[in-house]
Design a protein around this ligand. Structure first.
Ligand code: ATP
Ligand code: MG
Length: 598
């Protein structure tokens, strides 16, 4: 009864125009939030209650002719409303998109963005601050400038801010030293703008980046120019001296001429080598170091190089052991350059010793060359860096001549020959520099696989351990960038086919180095492994320091979620993998628990 009364009272209470307005509001909302199709649908739906409740005869769907006009206008009016609401919705979406785009751009930009008010108080700090300074945006905003900027640069920094504030829209580049949260002092460069009077910004805007690496490189370059000039000057002065001595000897002691000219020539060769190294470096930088490949006997090259060095290095004896013939397809001149660099270093950095051991041996499809000296050695902290351009070990750099280019050039040449290089060294006891080259370019390897659960070849053995539900990869012998990349991709395939979440990666039988593949590992392969579902990666390390460094480098994966642990012993790695639970295992055990409790 009550409902009938309510129905009948509708038109009297609301009047007949109100429902049209009411429904129009509903249509506006539905269009703005759900789009124009829903809007039109709502118009159609709203007509039903309007006709039924409000248009006489009430409580029936019967229409009188004059209502057609009313309904027609209602539809037109709501059509316009839908169009307007739709335009509004689109504009809002676009705005949100633009806003979001700017937010992402400022947050993800390489530079840290800081907005300060006229009192130097930071009121916006982009999240990049965590990587640049180690602080959270809130912590950074609350920090006093005096605590952040190094005392040596504080005055300069504040003075610059003051001067920028004096001129609206002015811009300056400010370079200071500042403290990170961890206390480390870093070089920071800020592009600072005075937008205090710019409507909508009203701030001192700074784009800040950490330029420590750049500053160090600039310094290194400056030092390098100094060293290079010195290195060029010494042989030049010697040549000048020996030539004038020869000239003078022509009158009284002609028998000395040959010896002076010989010494002059020795310096000319040195000069030539320095100039060639400098030219090579600039070519390497532009990727234009030319290579001309030919098939030649590497053993012969090794013997010839040792022989020619022996002529100048009287003190050191070179003890050579090499197979008689190793045919190789490579650039003879460039590989000679590698040998000269390594042999000269062995002599130069072992002034107290009298011998250098040189060996070449064949293993699988590789030629492995090692040059061992009994000299000053290299401490662990320098091992990973000495193949870098311009790098020289500090405390020896003043004592021994050199530009710090030899090993860098050698490593570039070896990379181009698909080879790799590594070293073993103990401070005070000597060093062994080794490199590896594939000597049969089209080497045939035996491969066994079912494409599902195992893959076996000369350098890797990957197998699915069904009982433990993980994948076991065993790397064997010498590795190059190519073998590492291929092996890794096979591992990825098997991870996909077996759907495991754990890997037991054994490097204990690895020889040689594979540092060239480590960047690839961190930026390319580990993310793919993560995508394929890997959660735990137990890594049994190679005993070799150089390989350990490469391994560390290859896990520098940004935002990586794979849990990687290094082990010295297989048993410890297995124990760890058995102990950790993958997400699937956790949810499975939860399901079992839930089932049990039911
Ligand atoms: P150059 O450009 O003339 O070769 P360099 O010998 O200083 O100059 P590299 O051959 O690149 O440059 O070597 C880089 C650094 O590595 C050396 O400065 C030295 O400190 C260290 N080093 C290289 N070989 C040996 C070695 N056999 N024993 C000890 N230290 C070495
Ligand atoms: Mg050298």
């Amino acid at each position: 009864m009550a409902t009938t009364w309510f129905k009948l009272q509708f038109p009297q209470i609301l009047g007949s125009a109100t429902p049209f307005l009411l429904y129009t509001a509903v249509i506006v909302f539905s269009t703005v939030y759900s789009g124009w199709i829903i809007g039109i649908l709502m118009v159609a739906l709203s007509l039903l209650p309007i006709i039924y409740y409000f248009l006489p005869p009430e409580n029936s769907f019967v229409l009188q002719p004059q209502h057609y006009i009313q309904i027609f206008f209602y539809i037109i009016q709501d059509g316009i409303v839908i169009a307007m609401s739709y335009a509004l919705q689109k504009a809002r979406k676009k705005n949100a998109l633009v806003e979001n785009r700017f937010k992402v751009l400022t947050e993800k930009a390489a530079d840290l963005l800081v907005l300060r008010d006229v009192n130097n108080k930071a009121f916006y700090v982009s999240p990049k601050v965590e990587t640049v300074y180690g602080y959270s945006p809130e912590e950074y905003a609350d920090m006093a400038i005096e605590k952040m900027v190094s005392p040596d640069y504080l005055q300069y920094f504040l003075q610059n801010l003051k001067e920028i504030k004096e001129v609206p829209n002015s811009h300056r580049i400010v370079r200071i030293q500042a403290y990170r949260k961890d206390g480390e002092i870093r070089w920071m460069e800020g592009d600072v703008y005075n937008f205090l009077e710019q409507p909508g910004i009203n701030a001192i805007v700074s784009y800040i980046k950490d330029i420590t690496d750049r500053v160090n490189l600039e310094r290194q370059k400056d030092d390098f120019i100094g060293i290079a000039s010195h290195e060029l000057k010494t042989p030049l002065a010697n040549i000048k001296g020996f030539v004038s001595l020869a000239e003078k000897s022509a009158q009284d002691k002609p028998e000395n001429i040959k010896s002076f000219l010989g010494k002059a020539q020795h310096n000319i060769i040195r000069l030539q080598r320095i100039v060639n190294d400098l030219l090579d470096i600039s070519k390497i930088n532009t990727g234009q170091l030319p290579y001309s490949l030919e098939v030649f006997n590497f053993s012969e090259l090794l013997q010839d190089t040792v022989k020619s060095l022996r002529m100048h290095q009287k003190k050191h004896e070179f003890i050579l052991s090499a197979p008689e013939k190793v045919m190789m397809n490579g650039d003879r001149y460039r590989l000679e350059q590698v040998l000269i660099n390594l042999l000269e270093n062995a002599v130069k950095y072992s002034p107290e010793a009298d011998k250098v051991l040189v060996s070449a041996e064949l293993s699988n499809n590789y030629l492995i060359v090692s040059i061992r000296d009994f000299g000053i050695g290299i401490s662990e902290e320098h091992v990973s860096k000495i193949f870098n351009r311009f790098y020289r070990v500090d405390n020896t750099s003043t004592k021994y001549q050199g530009l710090g280019l030899g090993l860098f050039i050698a490593s570039e040449i070896l990379k181009k020959h698909n080879g790799s290089f590594w070293l073993d060294s103990k401070l005070g006891e000597g060093s062994t520099f080794s490199f590896l080259l594939p000597y049969e370019l089209e080497a045939k390897t035996n491969t066994y696989t079912d494409n599902q659960t195992y893959f076996r070849t000369d350098y890797i053995d990957i197998a699915y351990n069904k009982e433990q539900n993980w994948l076991e990869a065993d790397w064997i012998g010498y590795q190059t960038k190519q073998t590492v990349q291929e092996g890794c991709m096979h591992m990825l395939d098997l991870v996909k086919s077996t759907r495991v979440e754990k890997v037991l990666n054994n490097n204990s039988k690895v020889k040689g180095n594979w540092s060239e593949a480590s960047d690839w590992g961190s930026t390319f392969w580990f993310p793919l492994m993560q995508e394929a579902g890997i959660e735990y990666f137990a890594w049994i390390q190679s005993p070799d320091i150089f390989s350990q460094l490469s391994a560390l480098k290859s896990i520098e994966m940004k935002n990586g979620k794979i849990n990687i642990h290094f082990f010295e012993e297989m048993s410890a790695a297995v124990e760890w993998l058995e102990g950790v639970k993958s997400e699937a295992e956790i949810s499975q055990s939860k399901m079992i628990r839930d089932d049990g409790s039911q």
